[in-house]
Design a protein around this ligand. Sequence first.
Ligand code: OFO
Length: 177
Amino acid sequence: MRDSQPLENGMLSNKIQTAINQQINEELFSAYVYLAMAAEADRLGLPGFSNWFKMQYQEELGHADRFFNYVLERDAQVELLPINQPEINDESALTLFEKALNHERHITQCISGLKDLAKSESDHATDVFLEWFVNEQVEEEANAQQVIDQLRLVDGNPNGLFMIDRELATRTAAPDA
Ligand code: OFO
């Protein structure tokens, strides 16, 4: 495998293979973060929030799976790296979603970095493959921001929190996660 340019037979360059394996790890870490958030929301007595985070956990596993399958499709090598422990302790409903938004902003940067790399390596297939994630990140940031806005609006009012919890309880896993 060459260091920079993709091979003629469709294999990934080493740089792209390494970067996508790192992204598989980022997505699995994302799943871990949301699973920790689901547990924390349950501890707070917010089953709807817990459900929302659990659904997001499943979506993140789906993201990892997309990258995993792509590496295999390109006849490259998957490397599964160690997953860090999420730092989710003594949170409130608001800090959970603020952390979720910050985390998604970080993932957006990762996807942008991958896009830049695909372009610099003239890997058009990877560039096109990443389009789905570019759009997904717009949605993920907007979803977290929407709940933050609602939480700021109710400002800790228990009735308001109860209403938001009921709404978040209705979230089901996205079919294309
Ligand atoms: Fe939350 O989008 Fe993947 O990581």
